[in-house]
Design a protein around this ligand. Sequence first.
Ligand code: GLN
Length: 489
Amino acid sequence: MSALHSMSLVETARALAAREVSSVELVGALLGRISALNPSLNAFITVDPETSLRQAAAADQRIARGEAGPLTGVPVAHKDIFMARGWRTTCASRMLAGFVAPYDAQVIERFDAAGAVNMGKLNMDEFAMGSSSESSFFGPVRNPWDLERVPGGSSGGSAAAVAAALVPAATATDTGGSIRQPASLCGVSGLKPTYGLVSRYGMIAYASSLDQAGPIARTAEDLAVLTNLMAGHDPRDATSVARPAEDYRRDLEQGLAGLTIGLPRAYFAEGMSADVRAGVEAAIDTLRRLGARTVEVDLPRMELALPAYYVIAPAEASSNLSRYDGVRYGHRAADYTDLADMYSRTRAEGFGPEVRRRILIGAFVLSHGYYDAYYLQAQRVRRLVAQDFKDAFAHCDLIVGPTSPTVAFPLGAHAADPLQMYLSDIYTIAPNLAGLPAMSIPCGIGAHDLPIGLQLVGNYFAEARMLGVAAAFQRETDWHRRMPAAATA
Ligand code: GLN
């Protein structure tokens, strides 16, 4: 048995089921790692060792009674965007810094019912707005591969915690790349399912037509197990899709024979750094060697995806975040003269600069004189981007390319230039606009000995097939087994 903390989720579950280790022992060991490493990584906003150990003890009893499921006793940490009853739930904002969730998100309910142990709440960009996890009210998350660099965002805490082997798996959310880009920058695997596959109930809203929850873990097999748990219809989320349950592990052993991979000309034209290009091209060669055929595809409107996203996402955010008014819950300014003054002081104090920027942009593009020119136009572009994917999937089963144009960048690198930060998501945003499933898996080591991620984009509900391709790649390579020094210490 390899060191406990460096095992995958599936290996961890197997060790628990075989009684090689108890959940209490495992959780205790990981809590020790968290208290040793979190002061430098800042991946967790909240830990509650007593609650985690209590859940672990309950899981051990369940295992002893022979009633364990595949995730019973397995430690998992959650992005602090998911409401978890009794846990402080902040979305990394001063606005919710003291907020204790009164109910569970559907995602949390499912992990609890499975007997997984909640290891704590993970740091992120404030309200999931960002690509570096630097906009958190609780301070930036650091990349375990290099503490002077960002882990990506907004789910930077989730990716950093898995990469540093503080937990075998974490939940995350992806509005424009927030599962895939941090997974890429931290050398771990992440899946953003088809829009609507996982319930958004109890998940703090950023841009509701784009937000989707998914898992971050080390292996494709782990992601399949986690997707089995997280996916499913929920009548409390009006955009949750009702479809028969699937086993997302079903294609893990399938291999690549007969698979056609589309390589979008636009993704490979320019913009990628040389090290990322080399890693991605080598990965594509590996996929070919495993039996896949590649074809070039066109995504002609791809360059419009980023500008359309930065109209639509802020528009929805400005509406969603109007609920933080200082009246019902969250931060309220101490001094004010009247109601309007209370609103404006509360929101000016409670929201950080990036969130305020998004609210201003969103309110502007939705305003009477500009609605047609910006918001409506962006919605039309969104439709065209989805059509481009539809056309491309007539010629291929899967689209492959880079996840991020560069490896992890230094902390503060984009501090003065929000547009540079927005460009981090140039490859990840289009699948969100179309609602398509997409994932990132480690595929190489680039400049400064930092990980490179390969993005796979599938057709609607093609998660099982994508996971199968990723699993085949991971049987052939060991990039997903590489760990930063912090993880093996
Ligand atoms: N970086 C993008 C943004 O800031 C995407 C974030 C996300 O997926 N939550 O909006």
